[in-house]
Design a protein around this ligand. Structure first.
Ligand code: GTP
Ligand code: MG
Length: 296
């Protein structure tokens, strides 16, 4: 039995969470077209007949503007330690820039096999992809280089096969039927946040955090009360929308998906609260689970 840990790192929007979900054949992490969607490291446990691979999705590495951003980078870097392989994901449609150089420098100090995964192959020509692969091949001594489409599940099986070849024989870390190690409350908050990301623009999605305040079972139904935190009164106005239209839309979309995921009828009650500048408040970040608890 081959077993081990693989960290997915890269810039925001590269498609790390999309790849995690494709590798897992189910939704483990939320996805959005907005940069900095993922805020925590998220483990997906993939078990088959001859292997157990724990894939760790991480927040996109970026130049932080708030304490929240700094914590997200910290989580990405700390997840890249203590794994067996790193997938460095890049978006093949975006030209190589200073942000990429920054990430490349960071991986130079990590002495682990790094697989370069060039994503979004479905959006670029074969020639452009070939040039990109040659460019990256000169840039660093990668253990493997893979062009893939995480979205269309193209070349992902080969990626898994080559990953298994690099892993040692080892123990099973998790039971066969376990696919993630986060509590249900986490996915509830994340699905609501995903719907906020999908329905709002500019700074609003980045200024939002979700707190699950109460979960109650009642006659076979699940009643979830959740608080949407924003940073300013104007954002509260946007979140609520004209005659409550925005919050209603977000609530409906989240309720439908949560009912599917949790397999029971969900009633979702959403509230909006202003918590000024929460992204720079250490105590708030800790409470929201955005600061990693230090372990030895
Ligand atoms: N066309 C295409 N789009 C993709 C592919 N992979 C991801 N995307 C899209 O790229 C966007 C970002 O995807 P995510 O998976 O959220 O990216 P991420 O790297 O996790 O981003 P952060 O969490 O912000 O670091 C979404 O709109 C995805 O649908 C792909 O292979 N092809
Ligand atoms: Mg992500």
């Amino acid at each position: 039995m081959k077993s081990g840990f693989v960290a997915l790192i890269g810039r925001p929007n590269a498609g790390k969470s999309t790849l995690l979900n494709t590798l897992m054949k189910q939704k483990i992490a939320i996805i959005s077209p907005k940069a900095q969607t993922t805020r925590n490291s998220i483990r997906g446990i993939r078990t088959d007949e001859d292997s157990q691979i724990i894939f760790v999705d991480t927040p996109g590495i970026h130049k932080p503007q708030h304490s929240l951003g700094a914590q997200m980078n910290k989580q990405a870097y700390s997840s890249a330690r203590g794994v067996d392989i790193i997938y460095l994901m890049v978006d093949g449609t975006v030209p190589f820039g200073t942000g990429d150089e920054y990430v490349m420098q960071a991986i130079k100090n990590i002495h682990l096999p790094v697989f370069l995964v060039v994503n979004k192959a479905d959006l670029i020509s074969k020639d452009d992809m070939m040039n990109l692969l040659l460019f990256y091949n000169r840039l660093h001594d990668f253990a493997e280089i893979f062009p893939i489409s995480a979205l269309e599940n193209d070349n992902v099986d080969q990626l898994i096969e080559f990953t298994k070849l690099r892993l040692e024989d080892g123990v099973k870390y998790y039971p066969d039927d376990m696919v993630c190690d986060y509590p249900e409350q986490f996915i509830m908050a994340e699905i609501i946040r995903e719907k906020v990301l999908m329905n709002t623009q500019e700074e609003v999605p980045h200024s939002v955090a979700i707190v699950i305040e109460r979960i109650k079972k009642h006659k076979g139904n699940l009643i979830i009360n959740a608080m949407i935190l924003v940073e300013r009164n104007s954002q509260k106005g946007i979140m609520v929308g004209k005659q409550g239209s925005m919050i209603k839309k977000i609530g409906t979309e989240a309720r439908i998906e949560l009912s599917e995921i949790l397999g029971e009828k969900v009633y979702l009650e959403l509230f909006v609260r202003v918590e000024e500048n929460w992204r720079n408040k250490e105590s708030k970040l800790k409470q929201l689970g955005y600061i990693e608890v230090e372990t030895d």
